[in-house]
Design a protein around this ligand. Structure first.
Ligand code: ZN
Length: 436
């Protein structure tokens, strides 16, 4: 049992002053005024000068893409993909995949991400590469949801492709191998309507039903996909997915940029959740997801950074800022999508989307938090009434001092407790040496 004493703890929409967070075996037991603490043998950790916030949740990422950052910027989508992701992912062996994931998760945890969903698709026909990603998350100390991709589009590099039966068998066996693990879960993830055939999507649906799990899928990211899907299936993407029975509270749609009003209704009715990736959508010139309409209909919207070669940052705090700014610009109204809405998306809603009790500091949830410095210059003038606004719009990543995942301190004084930046630098440089 550990007790964290702090001048401010964000819980239930308010900053509680001079409170203590009581943790046992990775789970929050209580949050109470410091004055009510009893003399106890438990370890008391003084978080002087810190504000404790729920850890942020990155609902969508492709970890290996961190290695491709900076190699394929400022191009059209197909050039960006072919000259960046496709070209360099062919050079990755298991060590390269491990290094990419270690690098991505390391940067994320320094940015305050405590749980990440990694949508992973370089399988080489088996699960050995996915295991390397799981190992990297373990070594960094971040909680991982591995969205194991199911991919059978013949136009992609052969490393991504599997037959339907092979993908299903591999995905099921990885789910069984990982089992009930509080730091790692595996969900099936048919890539998209262009990356997965109908049979592959149906295989993913079967796995999700059998294992009672979520189903992640890229949906209607770029405008061209809608035309392509209409031509192939005679329906728009979400309507087609509903037609084959995929729309339910298990489905997490990633992006959903090009959806019409009927599809907004469909998501609301079927309780489909959204992983919203505003910076990536802007970066690739995709468009603006109608999140205000979705929020109005109570669709659960969480935030994702997407891969680090289409953002190119890996901070959910940064996505909160981008999310609010983009909606204000789109609607020509500075009053829409306030900081509190985006903050909730990057924390509480992320937990709901991944089905993990985290994202809110309250008893029963995992003890996942970020400690930011009260005195950081980017949070001034310091007033609790404005604090969420300053965190979303003004905070520098420099303010992040401490990150705790499931009761374990992973970042302290702004540095990872066991991995040095130099070690990560050398690993990344070794893998990408000679890349052009
Ligand atoms: Zn993606």
């Amino acid at each position: 049992m550990q007790i964290y004493k702090a001048p401010y703890i964000y819980s239930d929409g308010a900053f509680l002053e001079n409170h203590a967070l009581v943790e046992d075996r990775g789970v929050i037991q209580d949050i109470l005024p410091i004055s009510k603490l009893k003399p106890t043998d438990s370890t008391v950790i003084e978080c002087e000068d810190l504000i404790l916030l729920p850890g942020t949740i990155n609902t969508h990422n492709h970890s290996f893409q961190s290695l491709v950052r900076g190699f394929s910027d400022d191009r059209s989508f197909s050039e960006w993909r072919d000259q960046g992701i496709y070209k360099f992912s062919k050079l990755l062996d298991q060590n390269g995949i491990y290094t990419g994931a270690l690098f991505a998760f390391y940067e994320m945890i320094l940015n305050g991400v405590t749980t990440v969903c990694d949508f992973f698709y370089i399988h080489d026909g088996g699960n050995q590469n996915a295991r390397a990603v799981i190992q990297a998350a373990h070594d960094v100390g971040i909680r991982l949801v591995l969205a194991r991709c199911l991919y059978d589009w013949k136009g992609a590099p052969s490393q991504y492709q599997e037959s339907v039966s092979q993908a299903k068998k591999n995905c099921l066996s990885l789910i069984d191998e990982v089992g009930q693990n509080s730091m790692c879960r595996v969900y099936p993830a048919p890539h998209s309507l262009h990356g997965a055939s109908q049979a592959m999507i149906e295989a993913g649906m079967e796995i999700a039903r059998e294992k009672n799990s979520y189903l992640h899928m890229h949906i209607a990211e770029a405008k061209y996909e809608v035309e392509q899907v209409k031509k192939k299936y005679g329906k728009t993407p979400l309507k087609f997915l509903n037609h084959i029975g995929a729309c339910s509270d298990r489905l997490v749609g990633v992006h959903c940029v090009w959806i019409d009003d009927e599809e907004v209704e469909l998501m609301a009715e079927k309780q489909v959740k959204l992983s919203y990736n505003p910076a990536s959508n802007m970066y690739l010139g995709d468009g603006v997801t109608p999140i205000l309409k979705l929020l109005k209909r109570n669709v659960i919207v969480g935030l994702g950074t997407d891969g680090a070669c289409s953002n190119n940052r890996t901070s959910v705090f940064d996505e909160m800022r981008t999310c609010s700014l983009l909606q204000k610009l789109t609607h020509l109204d500075g009053a829409v999508c306030p900081a509190e809405t985006s903050f909730k998306m990057g924390t509480e809603n992320g937990g709901k989307i991944l089905g993990i009790p985290t994202g809110v500091l309250k008893p029963g949830n995992y003890c996942d938090f970020v400690g930011i410095r009260v005195s950081d210059i980017s949070l001034l003038p310091f007033k609790t009434e404005n604090l969420v606004k300053n965190i979303v719009y003004a905070m520098s990543p420099r303010a992040i001092d401490t990150v705790v995942v499931q009761g374990r301190e992973v970042v302290k004084n702004g540095y990872h407790v066991s991995l040095s930046p130099r070690e990560v630098y050398e690993k990344v440089q070794n893998v990408t040496r000679g890349w052009k």
